[in-house]
Write a new protein. Structure first.
Length: 89
């Protein structure tokens, strides 16, 4: 699945998909099926990324997870090391 250059999008995968690519998109909520929980999501130049997964039991509400938008990069031993910025509070 690929979403490019969009705003305020909702997408749902009903079966199985190996990858989702989200590029230049502001505001997406991606709903996944139980069969699709092993998906790889690639994102670039995007904000307000959320993935909703089915609850523990059939009929439970979906659980929403935010994807990171901010990263921290430092030089360590001549190599670039990038980590996700986590906000606590």
């Amino acid at each position: 699945m690929e979403v490019v250059n969009c705003q305020s999008v909702q997408a749902q995968i009903l079966g199985k998909a190996p990858t989702a690519v989200i590029d230049k998109t502001d505001g997406i909520n991606l709903f996944l099926s139980r069969e699709c929980l092993d998906i790889e999501v690639f994102s670039a130049k995007s904000s307000e990324l959320n993935i909703s997964v089915p609850g523990a039991k059939e009929g439970d509400d979906f659980i929403e997870h935010a994807l990171p938008e901010q990263f921290r990069s430092v030089i360590e031993g001549g190599r670039v090391k990038t980590t996700v910025v986590e906000h606590n509070g």
